[in-house]
Design a protein around this ligand. Structure first.
Ligand SMILES: [Zn+2]
Ligand SMILES: [Zn+2]
Length: 379
């Protein structure tokens, strides 16, 4: 589906963006160097102890299953509240970002916004993934297309370095302010992206590989990466579970912040199992040539195809279980595919409509700055 969406009538280039959250405290990580060699976590930090006396040294090479992976070196240093709020604001931050990207490209091409809209179309599909540190990050395929003949603009658009730089500056300039003036001091007034932003052009040879890479995320879900598989009704159950301490603390923070009147808008207890995120795994701009109906069917087919090899349940049982999930909420722990493709299906259209309304309201309130009438298409 990604491949289809990137082939159709293209007169420009495709860019691949990775957008990550800022740092809310140094976590245990498993970085791999370019040559594929794993780097020890924090073997030689500049400072050996934090102000709380916790050691900032860790010479381990963590594997994917290691509970320490993603958890902070010092839980007191880690800013749990803002980490949860960042997750809660990340989808809105993206809304601001896509507008900033369009503006930045227009500026690079020396075009007014009206002229830009006449000649250039910027469309995207974005996939969310939960990192081990319990912060969401996004992969975005961005199409920048010429839509009306203009040799000069066409030439500029073919300069992928120019456009990559414009996209990058648009991303870096993006801020979202949730306007929480009545929430206690210490919260971040504005949310932005972290330093690990990547923007690069994708050539057509690479697209099939990239499409496969993104599909991998699509068939996962937030819950399948590091979140909990279902909504939480009883926080005590979570706290007494065997989940890693960092995961529990993120959930507990989201749960607790739900009591703050200023934060009610984020419905944090409802999304505590996703550490406040509550957004969709896949979103796209209105005109990105890819249908969600097809995409969901694709995910379902993938789930069914890939399930048979690993599951102990016979097919008949599987379909019975799928049915029960549809009727009674999410049932299989860790079954991200079903959670993603079926559990969310019914809510999808309602949520799409709600997001569109939110977005339009933000625009009316001038939260995106001056005249942006041309961008109501987003999601
Ligand atoms: Zn470590
Ligand atoms: Zn500390």
């Amino acid at each position: 589906m990604f491949r289809e969406g990137t082939k159709d009538g293209q007169r420009g280039n495709i860019y691949f963006l990775t957008l990550t959250a800022p740092s809310f405290g140094s976590p245990h990580h498993n970085r791999v160097e370019r040559d594929g060699k794993a780097v020890p976590c924090h073997a030689n930090p500049k400072v050996e102890k934090c102000i709380h006396g916790s050691s900032l040294v860790c010479g381990k090479i963590h594997d994917q299953k290691d509970d320490d992976l993603g958890s902070p070196l010092c839980t007191q240093c880690f800013d749990y509240e803002n980490a949860v709020l960042w997750n809660a604001c990340s989808a809105k931050l993206w809304h601001v970002t896509i507008i900033q990207i369009r503006r930045a490209i227009a500026k690079k091409l020396n075009l007014t916004e009206a002229k830009f809209r006449k000649f250039v179309k910027v469309e995207y599909v974005k996939v969310a993934e939960m990192q081990a540190r319990c912060l969401v990050h996004f992969h975005v395929l961005l199409r920048v297309d010429l839509i009306a003949d203009n040799p000069e603009i066409e030439k500029a658009l073919s300069d992928t370095t120019l456009i990559s730089n414009a996209i990058l500056s648009g991303v870096k300039d993006s801020r979202f302010n949730p306007k929480l003036s009545d929430f206690k001091s210490g919260y971040k007034v504005e949310f932005a992206w972290g330093d690990q932003i990547k923007v690069r052009p994708v050539d057509s040879d690479e697209l099939p590989k990239l499409a496969r890479y993104l599909s991998k995320y699509v068939t996962k879900s937030i819950a399948d990466s590091y979140g909990m598989p279902r909504r939480i009704s009883n926080i005590a159950t979570v706290l007494s579970s065997s989940a890693p301490a960092h995961v529990k603390k993120m959930i507990q923070t989201a749960w607790k912040l739900g009591d703050e009147p200023a934060l009610k808008v984020f419905k944090l207890p409802k999304w505590a199992h996703e550490f406040g995120f509550g957004g969709q795994v896949v979103t796209k701009s209105h005109q990105f040539p890819m249908s969600f109906g097809e995409l969901r069917q694709n995910r379902k087919d993938w789930a069914i195809r890939n399930r048979s090899a690993s599951t102990l349940l016979p097919d008949k049982e599987f379909f019975k279980e799928v049915k029960s999930i549809v009727h009674r909420g999410w049932k299989f722990i860790g079954d991200a595919i079903i959670v993603a493709s079926l559990g969310r299906k019914r809510a999808q259209m309602r949520r799409d409509a709600r997001e569109a309304r939110d977005y339009e309201a933000m625009e009316r309130n001038g939260e995106f700055g001056s005249d942006e009438s041309g961008d109501v298409q987003d999601e």
